[in-house]
Write a protein that binds this ligand. Structure first.
Ligand SMILES: C[S@@+](CC[C@H](N)C(=O)[O-])C[C@H]1O[C@@H](n2cnc3c(N)ncnc32)[C@H](O)[C@@H]1O
Length: 727
């Protein structure tokens, strides 16, 4: 059988979740020895293919419906990275590759394939070449040759895969039968051992069994539920078991559980226990995908194109060399980048010669992709608030040869568009809770609390408003904003977008251009209804697309941001006063994020805050908001706002007086001070070239003068305090 047939089927876009996938997930999990979460994973990998099979019936049962063939297809779509511990998983994953002709694993075969390529770029080995070619390869690459290259590479796996294939089919058949049997037997009393386990280490095998039993019962509560037990009883039990089994806090487990049906939630939690495929992105500023693949295959790397949806991604299955230290890596031919993180940049689609802002850019996977798509023309402003992360960003920019990129280090909530505006496109890959990348960072399971789910969406809203205001709606080529997170919660995604739609009627949701890959954004959630166009936003899930959980929304700015109307401001102010005692934090979070966002003028440039088209934050209402923001900021820092802010304030005049008093040294002292300031402060000051000019003009109180070494944040605070003091 030809290699191509296998490739043609294998490389397709991962299939959306179907029930069979849940079954296959379970199976992969059973083999996956290196899951991030220790206990359950270990348990499954050593104890029990058998045990997990027993537990599986529900899952299997759900999975049972699709034919065996379909089950295989779904596996195909979810290859996982290889490691020594993943042998079994790999076999499982590639069980679908049975179409590949029996090939030896030796390098001769690969070299042979490659030398063919050198001679003839047009070689095709696909049985379904017409289909596969068009979809799989870059427009600017020779599809046939690349296909051949990939074939040569994949051939190395085929012997092992073919052997595994048969075993897998048998296993699938057996599971299917078990599942069918299980469907017909009476539901067990899942509450029976509820008390027995208290105080004892949980038997994970039993726990898993009970999880699957409970899910099955919830699927048909009327028939399978016990009299006197409500849906809530079962859901409570299930959530408790999920927390124990997977190690989530109850708070987070419930939040994630509520996104899905119980059965799909189970698939999601399971998928978070297995790593996603290792993917590299070809840096087209330095090479092309075919040459890169060829070079890596020569080093023994087993890879293939990541899917039809990307022209630059390569999925790596096996590598005898560390991918972060190959000569190609060091020469900037590729970057290790999760597949899902290609998507926001693809949605943004930056064009050559545009002016683009990446608001939260470190470590630069997306920045460098944008730079490559723009072919090193135009300008990318790559900003990040974190200095250590910005260093990594700079490293990547240099390594990948991005010459159209400027790095800034500012808080994007307030810096844009004040410092810079009028961008053709803005990417906001927002800081988030990371609920989409739990397989990479299992710490999320226990570290994120209710407070995070208030504070982080609040920051996301502020950032997105600033992103919108930084775009030039009249851009001839753009006027787009892409908002993305690696989180799956509604609070951080649809709810943030809905909020900005309300606050910025001059933007609308547009199609991401990512095709059918992913699922539509939610139109409603927990009683909240969202804009009907929310369906144009895309969600990605580990258990559906086998990529990190991700969210992508594309917005088009259609007009200049209107200045807030006076009556709106008044009513908001009145409303806030009323509700303050009841829900101070919620009110403040909403108001703050609106009014703190700078506004651009007709030309997309930062408004002249000293008397331009839009006024600065001069209303009494603004002062109140600024004060509230300040209190919140101090609280976040662990300071008591009352203690800090109730210190007697000095008027501007007093401050100046004091400053001038304290700053009237002798000529000699003056010379010394200047000299020492030059030697200590100047190099640091230079890094802030964008804001420095403005900082110099700020009125400074004596207190603030004393605190001067504090950099950007402190300076912003000073500015606000000074304004407040003035008022
Ligand atoms: C999801 S990461 C960005 C990843 C990056 N886009 C990439 O593809 O490599 C979010 C980034 O936001 C930065 N960040 C957090 N708060 C910020 C703020 N107020 N302004 C700018 N950047 C911020 C964090 O330092 C972090 O690097």
């Amino acid at each position: 059988m030809g290699t191509g047939r296998r490739m043609g089927t294998k490389q397709g876009v991962p299939a959306p979740l179907d029930e069979s996938k849940i079954s296959s997930l379970k199976k992969r999990k059973a083999g996956g020895a290196d899951a991030p979460k220790a206990a359950p994973k270990r348990r499954r990998s050593d104890a029990d293919e058998a045990a997990s099979k027993k537990a599986a019936p529900k899952k299997k049962k759900v999975a049972a419906a699709p034919a065996k063939v379909e089950k295989k297809a779904s596996k195909k779509a979810v290859p996982v990275p290889m490691s020594d511990d993943d042998e079994e998983m790999e076999d499982d994953e590639f069980g679908d590759l049975d179409g590949i002709s029996e090939g030896s694993m030796d390098s001769d075969d690969q070299v042979e394939g490659l030398s063919d390529l050198e001679d003839d770029d047009s070689v095709v080995d696909s049985d379904e070449e017409g289909h596969a070619r068009g979809a799989m390869f870059s427009d600017d690459e020779d599809s046939d040759a690349e296909e051949r290259l990939t074939a040569a590479n994949i051939e190395g796996l085929s012997r092992k895969l073919d052997a595994a294939q048969q075993e897998e089919e048998e296993q699938a058949e057996q599971e299917l039968q078990e599942a069918q049997m299980q469907t017909n037997i009476a539901a067990p009393d899942v509450f029976a051992d509820e008390n027995q386990q208290q105080g004892l280490a949980p038997d994970l095998q039993l726990l898993r069994q009970r999880i699957t039993d409970t899910i099955r019962i919830l699927g048909d509560l009327k028939t399978l539920g016990q009299p006197g037990r409500s849906r809530t009883d079962y859901v409570d039990l299930l959530l408790d078991d999920i927390c124990t089994y997977y190690g989530y806090t109850r708070f987070l487990a419930e939040k994630l559980f509520n996104l899905f049906t119980p059965m799909e939630a189970f698939a999601f939690f399971e998928a978070n226990e297995t790593p996603r495929p290792v993917v590299i992105r070809t840096n087209t500023l330095r090479t092309n995908r075919r040459s890169l693949a060829q070079a890596l295959i020569n080093r023994g790397v087993v890879l293939e194109p990541v899917g039809k949806w990307s022209k630059v991604g390569l999925q790596v299955f096996e590598s005898p060399v560390p991918l972060g230290a190959t000569p190609e890596y060091l020469a900037g031919h590729y970057i290790l980048q999760a597949a899902s993180s290609f998507l926001p940049v693809m949605a943004l689609a930056p064009q050559p010669n545009e002016r683009v802002l990446d608001m939260a850019s470190a470590p630069g996977g997306k920045t460098t992709y944008m730079s490559a798509l723009m072919r090193n023309t135009g300008c990318v402003i790559a900003n990040d608030a974190s200095k250590p992360r910005a260093k990594g960003l700079i490293g990547n920019i240099h390594r990948l040869g991005c010459k159209n990129t400027i790095v800034t280090h500012m808080d994007a909530r307030t810096a844009f568009p004040k410092a810079m505006g009028g961008f053709d496109r803005v990417l906001l890959d927002a800081p988030c809770t990371g609920t989409g990348v739990i397989s990479k960072d299992p710490g999320v399971k226990t570290s994120k609390n209710e407070r995070d789910f208030l504070a982080i969406p609040h920051m996301q809203r502020q950032l997105l408003l600033a992103a919108i205001d930084s775009v030039d709606h009249a851009s001839k080529t753009g006027g787009y904003i892409v908002y993305s997170t690696c989180s799956v919660t509604v609070e951080e995604n649809e709810a943030v977008v809905q909020y900005v739609l309300r606050k910025r009627p001059n933007v609308k949701i547009v199609d991401t251009g990512l095709g059918g890959f992913g699922s539509p954004g939610f139109l409603s959630y927990m009683g909240k209804t969202f804009d009907p166009k929310m369906a144009l936003t895309r969600r990605y899930f580990p258990h559906r697309e086998n990529v990190d959980g991700f969210y992508v929304c594309k917005l088009k700015k259609t007009a200049v941001t209107p200045a807030p109307k006076a009556e709106d401001a008044e009513s908001r102010s009145a409303g806030r006063k009323k509700s303050r005692s009841a829900s101070a934090s919620a009110a403040s979070s909403d108001d703050e994020s609106v009014d703190k966002t700078p506004i651009v003028d007709e030309n997309g440039h930062a408004a002249d805050f000293e008397g331009g088209a839009f006024s600065a934050f001069e209303d009494p209402e603004d002062a109140e908001r600024i004060a509230r923001a300040e209190r919140n900021r101090l609280r976040r820092k662990g300071l008591n706002p009352k203690g800090v802010l109730n210190k007697p304030k000095k008027t501007k005049a007093e401050a100046e007086q004091k400053t001038s008093k304290t700053k009237e040294p002798s000529q000699e002292e003056q010379t010394k001070t200047v000299a020492s300031k030059k030697s200590t402060n100047e190099p640091k000051g230079e890094k802030k070239t964008v804001t420095k000019g403005k900082e110099d003009k700020k009125p400074v109180t004596a207190d603030q003068e004393a605190k001067k070494p504090v950099k950007a944040k402190g300076e912003k605070k000073d500015k606000k305090s000074a304004k407040k003091a003035t008022k």
